[in-house]
Design a protein around this ligand. Structure first.
Ligand code: FAD
Length: 388
């Protein structure tokens, strides 16, 4: 076992950090407070080979590992937290499921723009009555000759105000076995995108309505029985949320560390007060231990897909630690940390969201408990579970 990066990983990390310092440091604050997808950053990253890190070279990606993509998130977020969302989009998000399971024709049609930073894809899984219980989704896809007709509503989809393409989880039939997914283009008749609403983080999302929306059968990504594959792909997305939460916690920690090392009160630097020293020691212990769980899940990924258990442990740890550290960093910086000019409060707000998004901390703990006891714990009332 070796806790050091390889020489290749060190070189990659250094080159990504240099790129970020040259191109992304300036404007980091403005980007954080802009709810729109930063297409300028996506284009720059595409030229730099930072889009599609986890996607096969044959599909126009970089053919790298999940760990390479985690390193990229860490290095970008250390300079411009918001820009790491582009790495998430290009290497971890629905694009990863799409590139794994898409047909050659689908990939040829959509991947060049997605990897070129010209278009963004949004994931529509959650519905008004299907949040944590994702398999309760009701959006239907009914066959109609060479087409499918979609009906239903999706909520909370990240990047939905800007997305050109949507990966939508749908129900082809009853039960978990009836779930699959389709690709819907923004301007498809019968697909209405509501006005943007804001999360606490400032990110925006729109309600997505499908009202007899007709899509060609070629747009089916995964047919009935595709749910398991969708969740394997979703574990990659979770690792991206895990990596960003930890990286945002670390960003806040660094700003707070610099602040208490120089800011003086009562005639001495704040870091000379033991109450603050212990806060920082505790934050370092949390960050270092969560980091190992993240790296374990990424390094052990099988053909780029991490195990559900290792992902759950890493995400629950990093989401919680990222938020706690960012929260303590705000405190250690006083009003400066609480101000919108510091980016530390921004990191705290973003980290709070990842405790809910993409498998809440509670749902991940349910998954971990199933691993511990080596049995499934059905969350539904007994009569409902029996009826499935
Ligand atoms: C920042 C952000 C980005 C998001 N992006 C997307 C996106 O791109 N696409 C998309 O489809 N969705 C997205 N979502 C939605 C997200 O997937 C859901 O919010 C999540 O699945 C939880 O569903 P819910 O909000 O309906 O909460 P609910 O499911 O109603 O849960 C409410 C609370 O109860 C807890 N809870 C529920 N069931 C259990 C249980 N069995 N045991 C213990 N506790 C339980 C939950 O953990 C939570 O704390 C995003 C959400 C956020 C916050």
């Amino acid at each position: 076992m070796n806790f050091e990066f390889t020489d290749e990983q060190k070189l990659f990390a250094e080159s990504v950090r240099r790129f970020a310092q040259q191109h992304l440091e300036e404007g980091a604050l403005k980007r954080a407070h802009d709810p729109r997808f930063p297409f300028d950053v996506a284009k720059l990253m595409s030229q730099q080979g930072l889009m599609g890190i986890t996607i096969a070279e044959a599909d126009g990606g970089q053919g790298g590992s999940l760990m390479d993509a985690v390193i990229a998130i860490e290095q970008i977020a250390a300079v411009c937290p918001r820009s790491s969302d582009v790495v998430q989009f290009g290497s971890f998000g629905p694009i990863r499921t799409f590139s794994e399971y898409g047909t050659p024709a689908q990939k040829e049609r959509w991947l060049p723009d997605l990897l070129g930073g010209k278009a963004v894809m949004s994931l529509g899984m959650t519905e008004p009555d299907a949040g944590s219980a994702a398999t309760d989704l009701r959006t239907t896809a009914k066959p109609d000759g060479s087409h499918y007709i979609l009906n239903g509503t999706k909520v909370f989809s990240t990047f939905s105000p800007d997305a050109a393409i949507f990966l939508i989880y749908v129900r082809f039939g009853p039960g978990v076995g009836g779930i699959g997914s389709v690709i819907v283009e923004r301007d498809t008749p019968g697909f209405q995108i509501g006005p943007p609403s804001s999360f606490m983080s400032g990110e925006e999302w729109c309600e997505l309505h499908f009202d007899n929306c007709r899509i060609p059968a070629e747009n089916v990504l995964l047919g009935p029985g595709g749910f398991k594959k969708q969740m394997s792909g979703f574990n990659v997305e979770r690792i991206g949320n895990t990596a960003r939460a930890l990286a945002f916690g670390r960003y806040a920690f660094e700003r707070a560390r610099e602040h208490v090392a120089t800011r003086e009160q009562f005639g001495r630097p704040l870091c000379e007060f033991q109450g603050l020293q212990w806060k920082f020691a505790e934050m370092a212990i949390k960050l270092e231990s969560a980091q190992l769980l993240l790296y374990r899940a990424a390094v052990n990924a099988d053909r780029g897909f991490p195990s559900a258990y290792e992902t759950a442990v890493a995400k629950a740890a990093c989401n919680t630690v990222g938020f706690e550290v960012a929260h303590e960093s705000v405190q250690a910086m006083g009003a400066t940390g609480y101000s919108r000019e510091s980016l530390v409060e921004y990191c705290m707000r973003r980290c709070r969201g990842w405790m809910i998004a993409g498998g809440s901390v509670e749902i991940l703990k349910n998954r971990i408990a199933e691993h511990i006891f080596d049995r499934r714990f059905d969350q539904r009332p007994r009569h409902a579970a029996a009826a499935e």
